[in-house]
Ligand binder design. Structure first.
Ligand code: GLU
Length: 494
């Protein structure tokens, strides 16, 4: 008898919720509903250095905004609570011990410097960087002695060097990956926390997950997971990898190039119904002439996992605009419309706080709209000429914009005070003063040289909106910095 359908969305709370996470979550829920199953939310916060409660709250808000309904989760409880990995540490330890005792994992004492020099040599020799097996052959007695002496170490999994991992994926069909291409993954870090891989396999087992439905970027990790299931004598779930969402030019949707944060879409005033409709249409293609407007319930009714194609899903924002416009016109009553607009403008008290900050700068209410408009627009109309070049060269303006754009990802907190401090420090790094750099940022963020206080406004607008405005300004000077992609878009939490 086939097992009951239990699926999960397992976000890592390391940043702003990505629209790709919404897409994966929606499919998981639809799959659960189609099969009378259970949809679980699990927070994968084993990476303590990058996980934040704020990010977790934002993920849950974004899911709730979309109208997703999970049956078990941190705020709901359920038979396999807790649903937050940081609260399950003791559960993983038993599995790690078993892997070690059975000889399927080994202790590794290599320093970060040694690992880096191995990787550098491999890169130079055009070999994909991998652990070189240095500690694999340490005699167990020596390893135990070093552990007893308190030497920092990690636990790595053994991986065969010959043959291949073969499995069937629900979308990609037969997949074969040579074991030699699979790294000897760290399973437990030196602080005793499991990595994503161990925690994920243990929890999918403990939570009786029947189908792992996740983004294609996790496909490369699947052999490691299958091997862990084998080592632990467990039956793996079925794997279904969803093709990546791509921009219109087919490049990967990345926050460095495109708006990807749910908060940006919320700040633009897209309706959650239109977002669900839009994401749903990536999977359900209505026949010629058939209605494209559908609710979440209608999407679920029409959804068939078998029709998901490898071709990938193109995120066409023009289509989202079109759908949103139709929802606005055709599906909202005048009263709904009014309430939605008011709710949108007042989210996070933006309207109230903006008004208060404008109070001392106006003579009469009629002055408000021109002063506050930038808080409620998508982008601000600026050209190169909008920027102050009395005291700065264009190269300096461009440098300030690029440095601030880079700051957007680095700031752990997005508040008036943290922005002020960060811009001050950045100005010093550039050999300037904050009074030279802020007029440039004023223009990029507010579209004007005279406006509401800059840092308070940036806090009100939020990180994702400021990111897009700065990106637009950087582009004007044709100096989009080639920041190397980090893994925050795709592999958070390892
Ligand atoms: N924590 C991973 C993420 O953030 C989950 C990947 C998976 O579903 O296995 O996407």
């Amino acid at each position: 008898m086939s097992r009951p359908v239990r699926v999960r969305i397992a976000p890592s709370p390391t940043g702003e919720p990505h629209v790709g996470t919404l897409y994966t979550a929606l499919i998981n829920e639809a799959f659960a509903r189609r099969h009378g199953g259970t949809f679980i939310l699990r927070i994968e916060d084993t990476d303590q250095s990058r996980s934040t409660p704020d990010s977790e709250a934002k993920i849950m808000d974004a899911f709730a905004w979309m109208g997703l309904e999970w049956d078990e989760g941190p705020n709901k409880g359920g038979p396999h609570a807790p649903y937050r990995q940081s609260e399950r540490k003791a559960i993983y330890a038993g599995y790690a011990d078993k892997l070690l005792a059975d000889g399927n994992a080994f202790r590794c004492f290599c320093s970060a410097e040694r690992l880096e020099s191995v990787r550098a040599a491999q890169r130079k020799a055009n070999i994909p960087p991998q652990y070189d097996g240095h500690c694999l052959t340490l005699p167990p007695a020596e390893a135990e002695r070093r552990v007893a002496e308190g030497e920092p170490h990690v636990l790595r999994m053994k991986v065969p060097r010959h043959g291949a991992c073969d499995f069937t994926d629900g979308v990609y069909g037969a997949v074969s990956m040579p074991w030699a291409s699979i790294d000897m993954q760290v399973l437990v870090k030196s602080d005793g926390m499991p990595t994503y891989h161990l925690a994920n396999v243990v929890d999918d087992t403990a939570m009786e997950i029947s189908h792992v439905i996740r983004g294609e970027e996790w496909m490369a990790s699947t052999p490691k997971h299958i091997l862990l299931y084998t080592y632990l004598g467990l039956t793996p779930p079925d794997f279904i990898h969803l093709p990546l969402m791509r921009a219109l030019d087919r490049s990967k949707l990345s926050k460095r190039r495109n708006p990807t944060s749910t908060s940006w879409f919320q700040a633009q005033g897209y309706l959650p119904e239109a977002m669900v409709n839009f994401l749903g249409l990536l999977f359900v293609r209505p026949a010629e002439g058939e209605e494209e407007i559908m609710t979440k319930a209608e999407f679920i009714e029409r959804f068939d996992i078998g029709s998901v194609s490898k071709a990938g899903a193109v995120f066409d924002i023009g289509k989202l605009d079109w759908l949103n416009a139709r929802w606005l016109r055709e599906r909202l009553t005048p009263e709904d419309f009014l309430n939605r607009v008011i709710g949108w403008a007042s989210a996070d008290d933006k309207f109230q706080l903006g008004l208060e900050s404008a109070r001392t700068r106006i003579d009469k209410f009629a002055d408000l709209a021109p002063l506050m408009g930038f808080l409620f627009t998508g982008s601000v109309p600026i050209t190169r000429e909008s920027f102050p070049t009395e005291k700065l060269t264009e190269a300096q303006v461009s440098q300030i914009l690029a440095a601030t754009f880079a700051l957007v990802e680095k700031l752990p907190e997005w508040t008036e005070a943290s922005l002020f401090e960060a811009v001050k420090a950045m100005s010093v790094d550039l050999g300037m003063k904050a009074r030279d750099t802020t007029p440039v940022l004023f223009v990029a963020i507010t579209g004007s040289r005279r406006s509401l206080p800059l840092f308070g406004s940036m806090a009100l607008l939020g990180r994702s909106v400021c990111r897009e405005r700065l990106r637009a300004a950087v582009r004007l000077f044709e100096a989009v910095p080639e920041v190397p992609e980090d893994d925050t878009d795709s592999e958070p939490g390892i």
